[in-house]
Structures are given as structure tokens and as C-alpha cells.
Design a protein around this ligand. Structure first.
Ligand code: NDP
Ligand code: 2IT
Length: 444
């Protein structure tokens, strides 16, 4: 059995419940197998792969909080500090009822390679809770955040571990979390968390960064085939932070964004979203309104209980959650002549969907590369907080564009060198830097 396979089999045996973690581990280990074979002796001697798939640390804690009726509830909090070889652990916090340790491990593992690809000094981490913010009042969310940080603060810091937002966590929660951190620590370490408001150390363009970055990556993918984004029809899923940033930039560049979604279904706008509709996405997100509200407001078709992947479009940009595009969806996309899938959410495609897509001529822009713009601007927020200075919108946007172009170039270069797909090229590029740092730092 190959070294990569041994590692994978062992993971499945040891952590049988962690299906999402198995999925990402399998995908990464398979893609980097060419590099593993070239260096097998060195890697085995240093147990590099055993270390690569084992988080440096996982913290699990109790989060009690009181609802508006004075009733106490308990959720589970997590922070997985996966790999700190190239910088302080960095990655978002997810508040969603589906969150388990395996979810956190999958996201923190992916984050390790994504962060490496940005070229910035950030390690991989992820955290969150099975708390469901939907249907909670502002006060309940604040009390939850205060309780969450009252435990988390002892594990994080600007040079140690720097959380941010993810599914269910945006600027509002980041503010409550930082407020409690500052209160406990009694000093102004605002580099401890990113995605802050501009009034206390946030970065220009951070709210837009993931979606803008996806669009810049997509432009590189299109340029690579002598094509451009203008006039393309695009299906986006989700209606959250990432979907909003992507839709905003894509509409600005002349693309026709025809769908948005949430777990209840999707809306279809055959003429494509305009600025007013993109702006309204913020209201949907801020108030947790069902996507049907969007359809009603603008008199659009609402398709209940379905995913947007059944509509015929040129490009598909999943921006909701993991495994939101499965094999049946992939077949439909191939049938419909889709040319590109550019992944906004983390691991949106199931393994068999990915395989089918790539075998049938659709180019896949992998999430670790395509959605790295969010964490990249988070790292720029950390830089600005350290300098106690800030850059203009134009400066941050130009840096983001440069980073996304470079991520595409590195991924493409590796895919050419090793004769692999773009996704595999991205995994290789991300892995090589982390492996080098781990080997040079001894056997930690
Ligand atoms: P948000 O919470 O802002 O938005 C998520 C959106 O997806 C909501 O509209 C939500 O609907 C919808 N959604 C959730 N689950 C499903 C589902 N099963 N089917 C259909 N729609 C669903 O999160 P973000 O936009 O921040 O994150 C979206 C994805 O992008 C996640 O995978 C995240 O990990 C990834 N990501 C986020 C980054 C960031 O900077 N925020 C950076 C890089 C990646 P509802 O609210 O009704 O549940
Ligand atoms: O998945 C991701 O890259 C994020 N949620 C952003 C993490 C960050 O630290 O900005």
C-alpha cells in the first residue's frame, strides 16, 4: 500500500465518524501523491504525513448561554489549531447546528493549504459551535458570543491564533467577540480577530474579499482559455457574505448572475441581478430572511426544495456549504454545457462529483485557491493592525488582485509540472511550502 493510502486508511479506522475530514484528507493525499513518491524516504523518516493529518491541538469546550426568557442552554465550542508551521493559526469561526469536531478538522485542514497558497505567514485553524444563530435575538447572540469568548480567549492571540467569520458569523458577532476579548485581557490587541468593523481596526474590502477574490480567480481561469467574464451567465448558490461579494463583483464586470439560494430553494432571475438586488442580499443576510422573500420582492421565480444547478448556465459558483454539489448535479451541469465551476464555499463538490466534472471537460477552480481572498485580506488586516495604520480601499483591492493572480499562477504551474488538474496543482503548491517549513523546524 502507498504511504498516502496507509495514512488515509488509518484515519478512517481511528476516526470513523469524521466523514468530511476523510473526504478532504483523501482528496489532498491523492493529489499530492506525485510529490510524496518523489520524497517518500524523507517523508516517512520524519513521519511527515502522520503529522500533516493530526491537528497540533483541538480544544473543545462548554458554552452555556441564557436566552431571553432566562433559560440556560449549552452548546459545544471548538477551536482546532491544525498547523502552525508557517504562521499563527488563522481561520474562521462557524456557528451552525451541523458543526462537530470532524467538521472543524476538515475546515482547519483545508485552511492550512489555502493559507499557504496566499503566500502570507498564516497557519491553519478553524473553530465554531453547533449554536444556531437563526431565530435568535440580538441579545441572545451577544450573550452566546460573550460566553464563547470567555473560554476561547485563553487559546488565541495576535501571534498565536487569529479567528474570523465563516458560516453564521459576520461583522456583528466579530464585534461582540472582540469586545469580550478586550474586556478580559485589559489591553488593545485588535490583531486577535479579523473581519472587524473599520472603527476598531478592520480592513477596507474585507467584507467583499472572498467574493472579489473568487471573481479575480475566475477571471484568471477564463483568461487561461482566452475568454472573459463579460456576458457570461453564472449560477451562484447561497445568499450570504461570500455569495454577496461574488455577485457584486461579477455584476460590476458585466456577468449575468441568475440564481441565489438557501436551504429552502433557489431564486431564478433570467435577466441577471442588478446593483439594487445585490444590495438587497445584505438585508436577507442581516435579518436571516428566507430566499423566497427575495423572489417576492423582485417578482422572480422561486424554486422550492431544489438547488440552482439544474439551470443552464456557463459558469457555476457554489457559495453556500460543503457537499452542496453532488454527482447528479454534476451530470446535469455536463449535460447543460457548463464550462467552469469556481468553488466559493469550502469543499462544495462531493468526491464523485469532482471526478465526474473533471473527466467530462468542465474546469474546476478549487476552493482552497479560489476562495483564499477572504483569508488573504484577513492577513492584510493583521498587518494593518500590527502597523497601527491602514491602507485605502484601492491599495487593499490591488493587493488582493495580485494575490489571487499569484495563486492561480502557482496552481497552474504545478498542474503543468506534474501533469495534473488545476485542483491537484493547487494542493501541491499549498503542500510544498507547509512540508518544507515542517521539515526545517524539526519533528514537531
Ligand atoms: P453566510 O452564513 O454568510 O452565508 C451562507 C449562505 O449559504 C446563507 O445564505 C445560507 O442560508 C446558505 N446555506 C447554508 N447552508 C445551505 C445549504 N445546505 N443549502 C443551501 N444554502 C445554504 O456564510 P459565508 O458566505 O461566510 O460562507 C459560505 C461558504 O463560504 C462556507 O462554506 C464558508 O466556509 C466559505 N468561506 C467563507 C469565507 C468568508 O470569508 N466568509 C471565506 C472562504 C470561504 P441560511 O442562512 O438560510 O442557512
Ligand atoms: O474559510 C475561510 O477561509 C474563512 N472563513 C476566512 C478565514 C479568515 O481567517 O478570514
Amino acid at each position: 500500500m502507498s504511504y498516502a493510502n496507509e495514512i488515509y486508511e488509518n484515519l478512517v479506522k481511528k476516526f470513523p465518524e469524521e466523514k468530511e475530514f476523510h473526504q478532504t484528507a483523501k482528496e489532498v493525499l491523492e493529489s499530492i501523491s506525485v510529490v510524496i513518491e518523489e520524497n517518500e524516504e524523507l517523508y516517512r523518516k520524519n513521519a511527515l504525513l502522520e503529522r500533516l493529518v493530526e491537528p497540533e491541538r483541538s480544544v473543545i469546550f462548554r458554552v452555556p448561554w441564557e436566552d431571553d426568557n432566562g433559560v440556560v442552554h449549552v452548546n459545544t465550542g471548538y477551536r482546532v489549531q491544525f498547523n502552525g508551521a508557517i504562521g499563527p493559526y488563522k481561520g474562521g469561526l462557524r456557528f451552525h447546528p451541523s458543526v462537530r469536531l470532524g467538521t472543524m478538522k476538515f475546515l482547519a485542514f483545508e485552511q492550512t493549504f489555502k493559507n499557504s497558497l496566499t503566500g502570507l505567514p498564516i497557519g491553519g485553524g478553524k473553530g465554531g459551535s453547533d449554536f444556531d444563530p437563526i431565530g435568535k435575538s440580538d441579545n441572545e447572540i451577544r450573550r452566546f458570543c460573550v460566553s464563547f469568548m470567555t473560554e476561547l480567549y485563553r487559546h488565541i492571540g495576535p501571534d498565536r491564533d487569529v479567528p474570523a467569520g465563516d458560516l453564521g458569523v459576520s461583522g456583528k458577532e466579530i464585534g461582540y467577540l472582540f469586545g469580550q476579548y478586550r474586556r478580559i485581557k485589559g489591553c488593545y490587541e485588535n490583531g486577535v480577530i479579523t473581519g472587524k468593523a473599520l472603527s476598531f481596526g478592520g480592513s477596507k474590502i474585507r467584507p467583499e474579499a472572498t467574493g472579489y477574490g473568487i471573481t479575480y480567480f475566475l477571471q484568471e481561469m477564463l483568461a487561461d482559455r482566452n475568454d472573459k467574464i463579460e456576458g457570461k451567465t453564472i449560477a451562484i448558490s447561497g445568499c450570504g457574505n461570500v455569495a454577496w461579494g461574488a455577485a457584486k463583483k461579477m455584476v460590476e464586470l458585466g456577468a449575468k448572475v441568475v440564481t441565489l439560494s438557501d436551504p429552502s430553494g433557489y431564486i431564478y432571475d433570467p435577466n441577471g441581478l442588478n446593483d439594487e438586488k445585490v444590495e438587497y442580499m445584505l438585508e436577507i443576510r442581516a435579518n436571516n430572511l428566507p430566499i423566497e422573500t427575495f423572489a417576492k420582492k423582485f417578482n422572480l421565480e422561486f424554486v422550492k426544495g431544489k438547488r440552482p444547478w439544474e439551470k443552464k448556465v456557463d459558469i457555476v459558483v457554489p457559495c453556500a456549504t460543503q457537499n452542496e454539489l453532488e454527482i447528479e448535479d454534476a451530470k446535469k451541469l455536463v449535460e447543460n454545457g457548463t464550462i467552469i465551476i469556481c468553488e466559493g464555499s469550502n469543499m462544495p463538490c462531493s468526491l464523485d462529483a469532482t471526478e465526474y466534472i473533471e473527466k467530462n471537460g468542465i474546469t474546476l477552480g478549487p476552493s482552497k485557491a479560489a476562495n483564499a481572498g477572504g483569508v488573504a485580506v484577513s492577513a492584510l488586516e493583521m498587518s494593518q493592525d500590527s502597523m497601527r495604520y491602514h491602507w485605502s480601499e484601492e491599495e487593499v483591492d490591488a493587493k488582493l488582485l495580485g494575490i489571487m493572480k499569484e495563486i492561480f499562477a502557482q496552481s497552474k504551474q504545478m498542474s503543468v509540472k506534474y501533469n495534473t488538474t488545476l485542483s491537484q496543482g493547487a494542493n501541491i503548491a499549498g503542500f510544498i511550502k507547509v512540508a518544507d517549513a515542517m521539515l526545517k523546524q524539526g519533528n514537531y
